[in-house]
Design a protein around this ligand. Structure first.
Ligand SMILES: CC(C)(COP(=O)(O)OP(=O)(O)OC[C@H]1O[C@@H](n2cnc3c(N)ncnc32)[C@H](O)[C@@H]1OP(=O)(O)O)[C@@H](O)C(=O)NCCC(=O)NCCS
Length: 269
């Protein structure tokens, strides 16, 4: 599909319901992207729009003189403590995918959510380790690209077309806070740094001994390289201590990262 016109994004209107229901019904009837099994009627869609716009943004994208996609936010949980958390959903006309419309809709939606004080955005993505005819990794990859991190995977909670699908919750912070885990091996960087420091210390010590001070020790009968000697006494011990501490901390971090990954991905099925 090649867009003949640029697309525009605007607020939803009640009269859009029929077209939105048409776009959405494809995903309900033919895919496992949505866990709904029967397509909502136009009236139901109108009700959903009415309810959503009371509190959250609801956007549509127009191109080629028609609506080609929509995205909206919703309540994550009615409890007051969750009021800075919202869910997001997006559906495009299937012939208008991969044109940057999803990105544009989400960018605008996320900005609106930020403006109304939402900090946590949650996307519930239907997921299956192996893609099948009903579900590809499209939504998962799209959310990853948009900066969402997988935080919880609920196994086999959705059953459609006689197959079980997982629900993967992906989260993004509107304040730019990081959700991605830091590299657990980052501490190991200290080892090459320590080797570099040791080399520099020895170079300086040797330079000092040869060019600056020559300690004449009568009993030895020759100058004693006091700085190099000091470096020999201190540096190997410091190096070994740094290596041991770094390896211990890295092992703990890696173990924690593996445990966390297991809890999110349930590697063992
Ligand atoms: C998921 C969806 C909203 C993406 O919108 P889109 O306009 O096609 O996505 P964009 O063109 O903005 O692509 C943004 C990025 O998402 C990723 N992406 C999107 N579609 C992808 C696909 N089919 N395969 C792999 N990556 C994909 C890519 O990283 C892409 O960046 P790139 O083009 O630079 O590689 C759209 O495909 C859609 O409506 N899918 C069906 C409904 C759906 O899954 N909704 C989500 C329910 S939670």
């Amino acid at each position: 599909m090649i867009l003949t016109n640029e697309f525009t994004i605007r607020e939803v209107r009640l009269e859009d319901a029929a077209r939105l229901a048409e776009i959405y019904s494809f995903y309900v009837l033919k895919t496992a992207v949505s866990f709904e099994c029967s397509a909502p009627t136009v009236e139901e869609f109108e009700d959903r729009i009415r309810q959503t716009v009371e509190k959250y943004p609801y956007l549509v994208c127009e191109a080629d003189n028609k609506i080609v996609g929509f995205a909206y936010a919703g309540e994550y949980n009615a409890c007051d403590s969750y009021e800075s958390t919202a869910t997001v959903s997006i559906y495009l006309d299937r012939f208008y995918r991969r044109l940057g419309i999803g990105t544009a809709l989400y960018d605008t939606l996320e900005k609106r959510l930020h403006d109304i004080g939402i900090v946590n955005i949650m996307a519930g993505v239907a997921y299956r380790k192996r893609e099948d005819i009903y579900l590809a990794h499209e939504s998962y990859k799209f959310h990853l690209k948009m900066g969402y991190s997988p935080v919880t995977r609920m196994k086999s909670v959705g059953k459609k077309f006689d197959r079980c699908y997982d629900l993967l919750w992906m989260q993004k912070k509107t304040n730019g806070a990081r959700l991605k885990d830091k590299n657990p091996f980052r501490g190991l960087l200290l080892i090459p740094i320590m080797i570099l420091v040791t080399v520099v210390v020895f170079k300086i010590a040797i330079w000092l001994d040869t060019n600056w001070i020559q300690w004449n020790t009568e009993s030895l009968g020759h100058p004693f390289p006091v700085f190099t000697g000091f470096a020999f006494m201190v540096m190997p011990g410091a190096d070994i201590a740094v290596c041991i501490i770094t390896i211990i901390f890295s092992t703990i971090r890696v173990k924690r990262a593996i445990m966390k990954k297991r809890s999110v991905w349930h590697i063992t099925s």
